[in-house]
Structure formats: structure tokens, C-alpha cells
Ligand binder design. Structure first.
Ligand code: NAD
Length: 479
């Protein structure tokens, strides 16, 4: 679908959407068995394409290990599909609701009805799981789906397109390939729901575009997620978790800890422990086989500029694992970089980093930490390392973020029964598990009136019974 003149492109996308909508209207309520069959087909195809996916992702990034793709993407997709499939009978079940006294003998219930055609727009950083988990959720909820993967991982997007075309008819699920122009056209379509994962800046444009047709949105965006290390908590477990969260996928993870808040007494120990842990995880530094490259020249240049800007404004830059003797042909490698002596005037403390750079800020009291977090945009995730429950509860109660991890980073995303989503600039709405099912379903309230009902009191001609009913509800009229 690349490079098509705009009006033709719009007509083609509209035709695809119309085809899916017509198919949906002819079979609007797929039963449990059909949804499970579709999920099973998706599961088998992801496993069948495993090798192609791992190869394509590594080629798109420059380097990404098969293990990382397996752990950070494929395992999560299979786990989410299995979880949804198992839970579907419960999710799809009609929910009985309370009826008021006057309406007794009637029945009220909520039916979770598929919305229709769902648009899914995905970023490049986890290009397979961020298309496949929304797709699995949408089909579990009984919908048709148009998918728009990222242009920055073209080989992976091509594999996704072939995988989907092999197992679904275009009227069930279809893939639209292309860059920002196609994304802009895509976000203008009159979907029944649109799930966008990407940056806050593009999220704003998508929301504007979707407003023309009042398309309901789930926005999964980014932001600066802090990791707070309690006084005296710089230890092996803490650093293992922080280095894992920060350096997996070369730091290109939406819920990665963006910056660290470390007690001033622990700063030097933190720097030392960071260097030791990075050396254990990645013995050859940025040229280690398990270390992921930066996805594009543009992103690489942006990250180098962040470090330069910080250096010029007084930060100490500590790069780990650089070995000038070891030559490499690897493209766009960026060493794990710790920044100390940072200030808020540095760009690195203002923008989402999305790379292997960890600025470390020191604090004296937990109130100071809470004030710092609350003075900034609400983050997608917040992490706390420590065992002081008062401190932890203060942080949890007095700050607002998408999700929280205590004594771990990023693992909240792997909990299928937790909603996943940000708040404010880091997102709107949530998916995964029941929240995802419900976001892509219409909660239709139904009231069925019983044959014998006091509801006739509600209409004319009014008489003593209506007076009685009003007295029961509103009390005696004031004279
Ligand atoms: P991006 O916003 O640049 O792109 C996301 C998608 O939008 C792509 O498919 C792209 O083609 C499309 N797009 C680009 N310009 C567009 C436009 N003008 N109109 C409509 N669509 C357009 O994001 P990215 O660089 O691919 O991904 C990185 C960002 O995504 C980071 O900010 C990260 O935090 C965020 N992210 C969030 C989550 C989450 O679940 N909350 C997950 C992964 C990444």
C-alpha cells in the first residue's frame, strides 16, 4: 500500500474498512468457538513464523538476539493468547445487574458486544507483540481488525503482513503498510475503535484525526518513567532489575526506567554497582551478542545529541564496556551510558530518552522525590526499590502513573490480569486481559420489562398510586 496518491489511498483504505464492516454486519456476533479458533490460528502462525520473525527483527534493528525477541515479544504474545482464550467464557458472559423496586419482575443485564472494526496502529520498538497482542484482544472481543505496523521495521512488518494474510481473509484481518502519511490517513478512518501505540506527539495528531468521526480511542503513549531507589537499597537484586529494564532492547522500551532517583549517600555505590552489573550482563559492552542496536540513524543521532547536550551542561558521562581493541561491523551501537551531576536544564531530563542512557539524580527525602515526580507529566510507569512500607505507600498514594513496579522493573506488563495503560500524556484507556476485552467491546445495557410491573405508575393518567410511589421515592411534598 505504499506511495499511492492521497485520494486513491483514502478510497482504498475506506474500501478495506467497508469490506470488513459489511462482513461484520452479516455475522455480528461470533460465538466462543469461532473466537477461540481464530486465536488458535494466530498462536500457531506466530510459532510457525518464529524463525522469520527473529531474523527480520534482528536485521531491522542491526542486532537483536533471538533470546531477547523470544522473551520480550513472542512469549508475551503466546501467554496473552492463552490467557484470553481461557478467560473468554467468563468475559463474554452476560452480566446480571440490579433493578430498582418499581421495576422488579424485570431483568437488567449487560451484554458485551463486539464493537465492529478495530484499527490498530503500532510502533517499531516491539513490532510484533505491539501488533499481535492488540490483534488477539480485538478478535477475542469478536471484532474485525485493520493493522498498521511501523515503517521503521520494514522486514518485520512484511513478515507480519504475510503471517496475517496466510491465516485470515481480508474481511477478517488486514494489514496496511506505510509511513506517517499512511498513518495519518489510517487515523482518519471511521473505525469503531482505534488503538494507537506510539509517541505522545503522534498520539495528539491521532486523537485530533479520530475526533472527526468521534472514534473511541485507546492511546498507549510514552513518557519519562522514574525508578526510585530507597536509601541503602543499592544491592545486586536492585541493579539486576534496573539494568534489565533499562538495557533490554537497547533501552528502546516504553516502560523502561527513564531516569533514576537515588539517595545522595548511595550515589557512588550505585555507579559502581551499575558498572559491575552491566559488565556481567554484557561482557563485550555494546558489541555483546545480547545487546540490541539502535533502530535507525535518526534515533542514534538523537541519543548521541542527548549525551552531548548533557556533557556540555555539566553532566559526568560514564560509558560502560567500550573496548577500542574490539573492532565490530555492528551498526548503530550505543554504549550503556550513565549520567551523573544532571540538571533539569539538560534535554535528557526533559524528553523521553528511549535508549540506553540512564541519568541519575540524587535526593535527600522521599517528600522531595514525590514533589519531583508530581511536578512533571504523569509517567507511564513508576518503579520503587525498597522495603520501607511507609515510604512505598506514600509514593503509591501521592503519585499518579500508569502502572507501578515494586522491587522490579517492567514485569507489570507481563501480568495478563493487570490493565496496561498510561494516564494523561502517557496514555488514555488500557488493554490486556479484561480491560482490553472491554475496551474493544460495547457494554450494552439491556432492560427487559416483566409482564406485571409497577412501571405503569410512571405514565398518565396519574392517580393515588403515582402519589404513593413519589412519596416513597422523594418523601412528602413540602407545603
Ligand atoms: P510514533 O508515534 O512515531 O509511531 C507510531 C505509529 O504511528 C507508526 O505506525 C507510525 O507510522 C505512525 N505515525 C507516524 N506519524 C504519524 C502521523 N503523523 N499520523 C498518524 N500516524 C503516524 O512512535 P514510534 O517512534 O514508532 O514508537 C516510540 C514511541 O512509542 C515512544 O514514545 C514509546 O514510549 C511509545 N510506546 C508506547 C508503548 C505503550 O504501550 N504505551 C509501547 C511502545 C512504545
Amino acid at each position: 500500500m505504499n506511495a499511492i496518491a492521497e485520494p486513491i489511498l483514502t478510497r482504498r483504505l475506506e474500501a478495506l474498512l467497508d469490506q470488513q464492516r459489511t462482513a461484520f454486519l452479516s455475522q455480528p456476533a461470533p460465538d466462543l468457538a469461532k473466537r477461540r479458533r481464530q486465536l488458535a490460528r494466530l498462536r500457531s502462525a506466530v510459532l510457525a513464523y518464529r524463525d522469520e520473525i527473529e531474523t527480520a527483527i534482528s536485521a531491522d534493528f542491526g542486532n537483536r538476539s533471538r533470546h531477547e525477541t523470544g522473551i520480550m515479544e513472542l512469549a508475551g504474545i503466546i501467554q496473552a493468547i492463552d490467557y484470553l482464550s481461557r478467560r473468554l467464557p467468563r468475559y463474554m458472559k452476560r452480566e446480571r445487574r440490579h433493578v430498582g423496586l418499581v421495576y422488579r419482575t424485570g431483568q437488567a443485564y449487560v451484554e458485551y458486544q463486539p464493537k465492529g472494526v478495530i484499527g490498530v496502529m503500532a510502533p517499531w520498538n516491539y513490532p510484533v507483540s505491539l501488533t499481535m497482542i492488540p490483534l488477539a484482544t480485538a478478535i477475542a472481543a469478536g471484532n474485525r481488525v485493520l493493522l498498521k505496523p511501523s515503517e521503521l521495521t520494514p522486514r518485520t512488518s512484511d513478515v507480519i503482513s504475510r503471517l496475517v494474510t496466510e491465516i485470515f481473509a481480508a474481511e477478517e484481518v488486514a494489514v496496511v503498510l506505510g509511513g506517517p502519511e499512511i498513518g495519518a490517513e489510517f487515523s482518519r478512518l471511521p473505525f469503531d475503535h482505534l488503538l494507537f501505540t506510539g509517541s505522545t506527539q503522534v498520539g495528539r495528531k491521532v486523537m485530533k484525526a479520530a475526533s472527526d468521526h468521534l472514534v473511541p480511542l485507546t492511546l498507549e503513549l510514552g513518557g519519562k518513567s522514574p525508578v526510585i531507589v530507597s536509601r541503602g537499597q543499592v544491592n545486586e537484586q536492585t541493579l539486576n532489575s534496573i539494568v534489565f529494564g533499562k538495557l533490554s532492547n537497547g533501552g528502546q522500551t516504553c516502560v523502561a526506567p527513564d531516569y533514576a532517583l537515588v539517595h545522595e549517600d548511595d550515589r557512588d555505590r550505585f555507579v559502581q554497582a551499575w558498572l559491575e552489573t552491566v559488565a556481567r550482563f554484557y561482557p563485550d559492552g555494546p558489541t555483546s551478542d545480547d545487546y540490541t542496536s539502535i533502530v535507525s540513524d535518526g534515533h542514534h543521532a538523537r541519543l548521541l545529541a542527548l549525551v552531548d547536550d548533557a556533557r556540555q551542561k555539566g553532566a559526568t558521562v560514564i560509558e560502560a564496556g567500550l573496548n577500542p581493541e574490539r573492532s565490530t561491523t555492528r551498526v548503530r551501537t550505543m554504549p550503556p551510558t550513565l549520567l551523573t551531576d544532571v540538571s533539569d536544564q539538560m534535554t535528557v531530563m526533559q524528553e523521553e530518552i528511549f535508549g540506553p542512557i540512564l541519568p541519575v539524580r540524587t535526593y535527600r527525602t522521599i517528600d522531595e522525590v514525590i514533589g519531583y515526580v508530581n511536578a512533571r507529566a504523569r509517567p507511564l510507569a513508576l518503579y520503587y526499590f525498597g522495603s520501607d512500607t511507609n515510604e512505598r505507600d506514600a509514593l503509591l498514594q501521592r503519585t499518579t502513573s500508569g502502572n507501578v513496579g515494586v522491587n522490579n522493573t517492567i514485569l507489570h506488563v507481563a501480568q495478563d490480569d493487570l490493565p496496561f495503560g498510561g494516564i494523561g500524556p502517557s496514555g488514555m484507556g488500557a488493554y490486556h486481559g479484561i480491560e482490553g476485552f472491554r475496551a474493544m467491546s460495547h457494554a450494552k445495557g439491556v432492560f427487559i420489562q416483566g409482564r406485571w410491573s409497577l412501571a405503569r405508575l410512571l405514565h398518565a393518567p396519574f392517580g393515588k398510586l403515582a402519589d404513593f410511589a413519589l412519596r416513597m421515592t422523594l418523601g412528602r411534598p413540602r407545603k
